[in-house]
Design a protein around this ligand. Structure first.
Ligand SMILES: [Zn+2]
Ligand SMILES: [Zn+2]
Length: 246
C-alpha cells in the first residue's frame, strides 16, 4: 500500500502541514517581536533589523529599495534558516521519539517530514516575500491579491513597529491583537534624515563611509561636516536610542 492509499498516513501528513503552518505563524510573530525588535542576545539581529532595516526603509518614500545602502539587512544570514527550522522541529522529534520508545506505533517520519517541509517553505516565503516587498522583481507575484494584502500589512509594520509582526500568515497578529488593517497616515510622512544617520551608526555601509573619512553624524544627504555639538547630540546612549526608534 502506498502512502496515498493509507488514510492514517494522509491524516498524519495533513496534521504535520497544518500544525507547522500555525506554529510558523506564532513563531514568526514571537521571533519578530522579541528578537528582531528587542536588544538582547544575539544583539546583532536587533541591530540589523530595527536600527538598520527599519531606519533605511521607514515610510512610503523609503519603503522601496532604490539605493545600495538600503540593501543591507534585507535578508537573514544563510545559516539562520536551518537553525530556525531546527529549533521548531526538535521538540516534535523529541515527542515522536518518546512515544515510539513507549511502544506507540504511528507514522512519525511522515509527520516530521511534512512538518519540516512546510516550515522550510514558510521560512523561504518569509525571506522571498519580504525581499520582493521592498525590492519588487516579479510582477506576477507582486500583483497577486494575497501579496498586495501582505505588502500593505508590512508597510503598516514599518510605520508602527508594534503592529503586524507577521509577514507570511497574519494568523498570530489576528489572535494576539496586533493586527492593523487600515493604512496609517504616518506612512505618508517624509522619512527624517535622522533615520538614515541612526542606520549609519550601526550599518556596515556607515562603517565603510567612516573608514573613508566621511562624517556620518552629519546630514546624510549633504555629508557636510557637522559641528561638534551635533556629533555629541548624535552619540545618544544606546538604551535611549533603542527607545526612540520604536
Ligand atoms: Zn521590511
Ligand atoms: Zn520589524
Amino acid at each position: 500500500m502506498t502512502i496515498l492509499e493509507d488514510p492514517l498516513q494522509i491524516g498524519i501528513i495533513a496534521a504535520g502541514v497544518l500544525i507547522s503552518l500555525v506554529q510558523a505563524s506564532f513563531f514568526e510573530w514571537a521571533f519578530h517581536r522579541f528578537w528582531l525588535h528587542r536588544p538582547w542576545l544575539p544583539e546583532n539581529i536587533y541591530t540589523a533589523h530595527t536600527l538598520v532595516h527599519h531606519q533605511l526603509c521607514k515610510y512610503d518614500d523609503t519603503f522601496h529599495v532604490t539605493e545600495e545602502e538600503q540593501e543591507e539587512a534585507l535578508t537573514f544570514l544563510w545559516w539562520n534558516g536551518p537553525v530556525l527550522v531546527g529549533i521548531n522541529l526538535l521538540p516534535w522529534a523529541g515527542i515522536c521519539w518518546a512515544l515510539a520508545s513507549r511502544g506507540v506505533s504511528l507514522p512519525f517520519i511522515p509527520f516530521l517530514v511534512s512538518f519540516g517541509v512546510m516550515f522550510t517553505l514558510y521560512y523561504l516565503a518569509y525571506e522571498g516575500f519580504h525581499l520582493l516587498m521592498h525590492k519588487p522583481k516579479y510582477p506576477w507575484i507582486e500583483n497577486s491579491g494575497y501579496f498586495l494584502f501582505l505588502k500593505r500589512h508590512h508597510v503598516i509594520h514599518h510605520t508602527r513597529m508594534n503592529t503586524n509582526l507577521n509577514v507570511v500568515l497574519p494568523l498570530a497578529d489576528w489572535c494576539l491583537g496586533s493586527l492593523e488593517l487600515a493604512p496609517l497616515v504616518e506612512a505618508t510622512r517624509k522619512t527624517p534624515d535622522a533615520a538614515r544617520r541612526t542606520a549609519r551608526r550601526h550599518s556596515n555601509y556607515g562603517k565603510k563611509l567612516r573608514d573613508n573619512g566621511v562624517d556620518t553624524s552629519a546630514s546624510a544627504s549633504t555629508q557636510a561636516s557637522a559641528p561638534a555639538a551635533v556629533r555629541e547630540a548624535a552619540a545618544v546612549p544606546r538604551a535611549r536610542e533603542a527607545e526612540s526608534v520604536r
